[in-house]
Design a protein around this ligand. Structure first.
Ligand SMILES: [Zn+2]
Length: 214
Protein backbone atom coordinates (compact mmCIF):
# COMPACT_ATOMS: atom_id res chain seq x y z
CA UNK A 1 0.00 0.00 0.00
CA UNK A 2 1.61 3.29 -1.01
CA UNK A 3 1.32 6.25 1.35
CA UNK A 4 0.03 8.45 -1.45
CA UNK A 5 -2.94 6.27 -2.29
CA UNK A 6 -3.78 5.14 1.23
CA UNK A 7 -6.50 6.83 3.23
CA UNK A 8 -5.59 7.84 6.82
CA UNK A 9 -8.23 5.41 8.07
CA UNK A 10 -6.38 2.57 6.29
CA UNK A 11 -2.95 3.64 7.51
CA UNK A 12 -3.91 3.87 11.18
CA UNK A 13 -6.75 1.38 11.48
CA UNK A 14 -4.49 -1.15 13.18
CA UNK A 15 -2.70 1.36 15.42
CA UNK A 16 -4.23 1.54 18.92
CA UNK A 17 -3.05 5.12 19.60
CA UNK A 18 -4.08 6.85 16.37
CA UNK A 19 -7.25 6.84 14.31
CA UNK A 20 -7.85 8.08 10.79
CA UNK A 21 -10.65 10.65 10.42
CA UNK A 22 -12.07 10.07 6.94
CA UNK A 23 -14.32 13.16 7.09
CA UNK A 24 -11.38 15.59 7.43
CA UNK A 25 -8.49 13.47 6.15
CA UNK A 26 -6.80 14.01 9.51
CA UNK A 27 -5.24 11.69 12.05
CA UNK A 28 -6.32 11.87 15.66
CA UNK A 29 -5.17 10.42 18.93
CA UNK A 30 -7.73 8.47 20.92
CA UNK A 31 -8.37 11.61 23.05
CA UNK A 32 -9.40 13.47 19.89
CA UNK A 33 -6.23 15.55 19.54
CA UNK A 34 -5.22 16.01 15.91
CA UNK A 35 -1.67 14.95 15.03
CA UNK A 36 0.55 15.00 11.95
CA UNK A 37 3.21 12.45 10.98
CA UNK A 38 6.78 13.79 10.64
CA UNK A 39 9.45 11.65 9.00
CA UNK A 40 13.09 11.73 10.07
CA UNK A 41 13.90 13.24 6.67
CA UNK A 42 11.47 16.09 7.28
CA UNK A 43 12.95 16.80 10.73
CA UNK A 44 16.43 16.80 9.17
CA UNK A 45 15.37 19.12 6.35
CA UNK A 46 13.65 21.50 8.78
CA UNK A 47 16.81 21.85 10.88
CA UNK A 48 19.14 22.21 7.89
CA UNK A 49 16.89 24.84 6.31
CA UNK A 50 16.61 26.80 9.56
CA UNK A 51 20.36 26.70 10.22
CA UNK A 52 21.27 27.60 6.62
CA UNK A 53 18.86 30.50 6.34
CA UNK A 54 18.74 31.84 9.89
CA UNK A 55 21.77 30.50 11.76
CA UNK A 56 21.57 33.10 14.55
CA UNK A 57 17.88 32.50 15.06
CA UNK A 58 17.51 28.73 14.48
CA UNK A 59 18.39 27.42 17.95
CA UNK A 60 16.16 29.95 19.70
CA UNK A 61 13.26 29.33 17.29
CA UNK A 62 13.38 25.58 17.94
CA UNK A 63 13.67 26.11 21.71
CA UNK A 64 10.75 28.56 21.76
CA UNK A 65 8.65 26.20 19.64
CA UNK A 66 9.24 23.42 22.14
CA UNK A 67 8.49 25.74 25.06
CA UNK A 68 5.12 26.85 23.65
CA UNK A 69 4.23 23.29 22.64
CA UNK A 70 4.92 22.06 26.19
CA UNK A 71 2.60 24.72 27.62
CA UNK A 72 -0.24 23.63 25.32
CA UNK A 73 0.25 19.98 26.26
CA UNK A 74 0.37 20.88 29.96
CA UNK A 75 -2.95 22.72 29.65
CA UNK A 76 -4.48 19.55 28.21
CA UNK A 77 -2.95 17.35 30.92
CA UNK A 78 -4.32 19.74 33.55
CA UNK A 79 -7.79 19.54 32.01
CA UNK A 80 -7.67 15.74 31.88
CA UNK A 81 -6.53 15.51 35.51
CA UNK A 82 -9.46 17.59 36.71
CA UNK A 83 -12.07 15.88 34.55
CA UNK A 84 -11.14 12.32 35.54
CA UNK A 85 -14.35 10.75 36.85
CA UNK A 86 -12.60 8.83 39.62
CA UNK A 87 -9.48 11.01 39.96
CA UNK A 88 -8.52 13.45 42.67
CA UNK A 89 -9.65 16.36 40.45
CA UNK A 90 -6.60 18.27 41.61
CA UNK A 91 -5.02 20.82 39.29
CA UNK A 92 -1.55 19.98 38.07
CA UNK A 93 0.02 22.45 40.52
CA UNK A 94 -1.13 20.23 43.38
CA UNK A 95 -0.01 17.04 41.65
CA UNK A 96 3.31 15.50 42.60
CA UNK A 97 6.02 16.94 40.27
CA UNK A 98 7.34 13.54 39.08
CA UNK A 99 3.80 12.32 38.39
CA UNK A 100 2.92 15.53 36.53
CA UNK A 101 6.01 15.36 34.30
CA UNK A 102 5.66 11.66 33.61
CA UNK A 103 2.00 12.06 32.70
CA UNK A 104 2.86 15.01 30.45
CA UNK A 105 5.61 13.06 28.67
CA UNK A 106 3.33 10.07 27.97
CA UNK A 107 1.80 11.83 24.98
CA UNK A 108 5.24 12.55 23.50
CA UNK A 109 6.40 8.96 24.07
CA UNK A 110 3.26 7.62 22.40
CA UNK A 111 3.89 9.88 19.41
CA UNK A 112 7.44 8.59 18.89
CA UNK A 113 9.58 11.28 20.56
CA UNK A 114 11.42 8.71 22.69
CA UNK A 115 11.35 7.51 26.28
CA UNK A 116 12.25 9.87 29.12
CA UNK A 117 13.44 9.30 32.67
CA UNK A 118 13.43 12.18 35.15
CA UNK A 119 15.94 12.50 38.00
CA UNK A 120 14.94 14.70 40.94
CA UNK A 121 18.07 14.24 43.09
CA UNK A 122 18.85 17.98 42.74
CA UNK A 123 15.29 19.18 43.18
CA UNK A 124 16.01 21.05 46.42
CA UNK A 125 18.28 23.32 44.35
CA UNK A 126 15.61 23.60 41.67
CA UNK A 127 17.39 21.20 39.31
CA UNK A 128 15.83 18.31 37.39
CA UNK A 129 17.57 16.01 34.90
CA UNK A 130 15.73 14.47 31.97
CA UNK A 131 17.35 11.60 30.04
CA UNK A 132 15.80 10.90 26.65
CA UNK A 133 16.47 7.66 24.82
CA UNK A 134 15.66 7.40 21.12
CA UNK A 135 15.34 11.15 20.51
CA UNK A 136 13.70 11.59 17.11
CA UNK A 137 15.88 14.65 16.44
CA UNK A 138 19.15 12.96 17.42
CA UNK A 139 18.28 10.07 15.09
CA UNK A 140 17.49 12.49 12.25
CA UNK A 141 20.65 14.56 12.85
CA UNK A 142 23.20 11.85 13.69
CA UNK A 143 26.80 12.93 13.14
CA UNK A 144 26.26 16.51 14.33
CA UNK A 145 29.07 18.40 16.09
CA UNK A 146 26.86 20.08 18.69
CA UNK A 147 23.82 18.95 20.71
CA UNK A 148 20.84 19.28 18.38
CA UNK A 149 17.72 18.66 20.46
CA UNK A 150 16.87 22.32 21.08
CA UNK A 151 13.18 21.54 20.61
CA UNK A 152 13.35 19.02 23.45
CA UNK A 153 15.20 21.51 25.70
CA UNK A 154 12.35 23.96 25.09
CA UNK A 155 9.80 21.27 25.87
CA UNK A 156 11.35 20.56 29.27
CA UNK A 157 11.74 24.25 30.10
CA UNK A 158 8.10 24.89 29.21
CA UNK A 159 6.76 21.93 31.16
CA UNK A 160 8.69 22.80 34.33
CA UNK A 161 7.82 26.50 34.04
CA UNK A 162 4.14 25.58 33.80
CA UNK A 163 4.23 23.09 36.70
CA UNK A 164 6.28 25.35 38.99
CA UNK A 165 4.55 28.56 37.90
CA UNK A 166 8.02 30.12 37.67
CA UNK A 167 10.35 30.60 34.73
CA UNK A 168 12.64 27.62 34.17
CA UNK A 169 15.27 27.11 31.48
CA UNK A 170 16.85 23.96 30.06
CA UNK A 171 20.02 22.96 28.23
CA UNK A 172 21.09 19.75 26.55
CA UNK A 173 24.34 18.58 28.18
CA UNK A 174 24.92 15.52 25.99
CA UNK A 175 23.25 14.44 22.77
CA UNK A 176 22.86 11.12 20.99
CA UNK A 177 23.44 12.96 17.69
CA UNK A 178 27.13 13.09 18.76
CA UNK A 179 27.25 9.35 19.46
CA UNK A 180 26.26 9.42 23.15
CA UNK A 181 23.91 6.63 24.31
CA UNK A 182 21.17 9.13 25.22
CA UNK A 183 20.34 12.83 25.34
CA UNK A 184 20.64 14.48 28.76
CA UNK A 185 18.90 17.74 29.68
CA UNK A 186 19.38 19.93 32.74
CA UNK A 187 16.32 21.96 33.75
CA UNK A 188 16.49 24.74 36.34
CA UNK A 189 16.67 28.47 37.06
CA UNK A 190 18.13 30.64 34.29
CA UNK A 191 21.43 31.46 36.00
CA UNK A 192 22.12 27.78 36.75
CA UNK A 193 21.41 26.80 33.15
CA UNK A 194 23.61 29.62 31.82
CA UNK A 195 26.48 28.36 33.99
CA UNK A 196 25.94 24.77 32.83
CA UNK A 197 25.91 25.84 29.17
CA UNK A 198 29.15 27.80 29.61
CA UNK A 199 30.83 24.72 31.14
CA UNK A 200 29.47 22.49 28.37
CA UNK A 201 30.98 24.83 25.76
CA UNK A 202 34.33 24.56 27.59
CA UNK A 203 34.19 20.78 27.05
CA UNK A 204 33.35 19.77 30.64
CA UNK A 205 31.58 16.38 30.75
CA UNK A 206 27.87 16.22 31.56
CA UNK A 207 28.45 14.11 34.71
CA UNK A 208 30.91 16.66 36.10
CA UNK A 209 28.57 19.58 35.39
CA UNK A 210 25.75 17.79 37.19
CA UNK A 211 28.04 16.96 40.12
CA UNK A 212 29.07 20.60 40.48
CA UNK A 213 25.53 21.93 40.43
CA UNK A 214 23.67 19.66 42.81
ZN1 LIG B 1 19.91 15.15 21.62
Amino acid sequence: MSLRSAKPSDLFSRHPLFQGDASTGGIRRTDGTRVAPFSGELLHALHVALIEHAADFAQDALYRSGYEWALQEMIQVNTRLQSKPNGTKQPIWQTDVPAALELWWTGFADAGWGSCTFDFAGFEKGIVLAEVKNSALAAALAGAEQPMCHLYAGLFAGAMSFRQRAERHAVELQCAALGEPSCLFLIGPGETIDRAEAWRQQGIAAAEIVRQLR
